[in-house]
Design a binder for this molecule. Structure first.
Ligand SMILES: CC(C)(COP(=O)(O)OP(=O)(O)OC[C@H]1O[C@@H](n2cnc3c(N)ncnc32)[C@H](O)[C@@H]1OP(=O)(O)O)[C@@H](O)C(=O)NCCC(=O)NCCS
Length: 163
């Protein structure tokens, strides 16, 4: 399914050949200080193939350039199905034209259609625009700890075993 914003096309991406690593590197730099390694496309391909993921890509119809992306992951637990949103970013040259809002609305609609009870995401306080966007869609802050354990060797994008 494809949504339009006149100038931009936002569609679900499942095909790694549509992704150019240098373009993705440029966009991702506006989301994180981590530089994407050469092996990143392997990980992106795995991400796109995973049935629990819905990855949206926005492109400028005139230039063909990558304008933004966003990811929904469906999480099945014993008692419920939920959604997790990550990797939301719009290139600065394309901001304030509704792309971020459109991608978020599309992902929330998918989560609803797929039976998710709720959708979660994390965002730092410093991300004022993102937090305003999420609040405008009804997201509220949870009173909980977000815990993380770093695993040795867990950063190798070439590792593919899962049992
Ligand atoms: C957050 C981000 C994705 C928004 O993308 P965008 O395409 O510019 O968003 P939109 O044009 O759809 O605007 C989103 C909403 O924010 C509002 N908004 C836009 N600029 C704003 C600003 N400077 N301050 C406050 N609100 C603003 C818009 O009015 C819009 O509200 P609406 O949907 O109710 O009309 C983009 O700013 C971005 O990539 N930021 C850097 C990466 C980031 O922080 N990602 C989120 C990680 S959690």
């Amino acid at each position: 399914m494809t949504d339009s914003l006149d100038r931009y096309e936002v569609k679900r991406s499942v095909d790694i050949t549509e992704i150019d690593l240098n373009e993705l590197r440029e966009l991702y730099a506006y989301l994180s200080s981590s530089v994407l390694a050469d092996g990143t496309l392997f990980q992106v391909g795995r991400m796109l193939r995973a049935p629990q993921n819905i990855a949206l890509v926005a492109r400028d119809r005139c230039t063909g350039l990558l304008a933004g992306c966003a990811l929904l992951t469906i999480v099945d637990q014993i008692t419920k199905r939920t959604g997790l949103i990550n990797d939301v970013v719009v290139h600065p040259r394309d901001r304030n034209q509704g792309i971020g809002g459109l991608m978020l609305d599309r992902l929330l609609r998918s989560a609803r259609d797929l039976g998710c009870r709720h959708v979660e995401l994390t965002s730092s306080n410093a991300r004022a625009t993102a937090n305003a966007l999420y609040a405008s869609r009804g997201f509220v802050r949870r009173d909980t700890n977000v815990l993380r354990l770093l695993l040795p060797h867990g950063s190798d994008p070439g590792v593919s075993t899962m049992e």
